[in-house]
Design a protein around this ligand. Structure first.
Ligand SMILES: Cc1cc2nc3c(=O)[nH]c(=O)nc-3n(C[C@H](O)[C@H](O)[C@H](O)COP(=O)(O)O)c2cc1C
Length: 175
């Protein structure tokens, strides 16, 4: 069974908490978990896995979390081949104070890894969210799992569970 690589960038710890929950739900023995700040040295670590869960919160005005900046820049230059890799995205944001760019970092990661040949899975419906704009929309859905722990913490567990169930056949069923 192929292992799942969970890589997350998180400034105040929200996306980190989501990452830890995902690890438990997919099975701790099946998942390796990496903080982009503490455990990440080079993008070759991503290429060690065929199945990836990538977490990134949104900062600035729709920017990726700080620890993802340099790796994304390097990959843009060197264009490693992610063909055959299956990737699902998740990340925290704030749809009230930052509703102009809600979880837009997920859109940046989506475009980035799609260009490098990866198969992106794990889209999520917009029902129940209320925001003005997001770069993380594709065909009317979010390109990954958005968590708004600041305004809708009561929905977090249900959202994570629903997302994991939708991914289970891809990440574990055929894995
Ligand atoms: C200065 C600042 C800028 C932010 N910009 C955005 C943004 O553009 N879009 C968004 O959805 N959330 C934005 N947020 C909210 C964070 O993404 C949110 O607090 C999130 O929970 C942080 O997750 P983390 O702890 O995993 O980094 C911003 C927060 C701050 C303080």
């Amino acid at each position: 069974m192929s292992k799942i690589g969970i890589f997350y960038g998180s400034t105040s710890g929200i996306t980190e908490e989501i990452a830890q929950k995902l690890r438990v739900l997919f099975g701790e023995q099946l998942c390796d978990i990496y903080s982009m700040e503490e455990d990440f040295d080079e993008y070759g670590q991503l290429l060690d896995y065929d199945y990836l869960l990538l977490g990134c919160s949104t900062w600035g005005a729709g920017e990726v979390q700080n620890d993802w900046r340099e790796p994304l820049f390097e990959m843009e230059l060197e264009k490693p081949d992610f063909t055959g890799k299956t990737i699902a995205l998740f990340g925290a944001g704030d749809q009230v104070s930052h509703g102009q760019d809600f979880v837009s970092a997920l859109g940046t990661l989506y475009q980035h890894f799609q260009k490098l040949g990866a198969t992106l899975v794990g889209d999520y419906p917009t029902d129940g969210y209320d925001f003005k704009h997001s770069n993380a929309l594709h065909d009317g859905k979010f390109v990954g799992l958005p968590i708004d722990e600041i305004n809708q913490s009561e929905l977090t567990e249900e959202r994570i569970n629903q997302w994991v169930e939708s991914l289970r056949p891809v990440f574990i069923g055929s894995n």
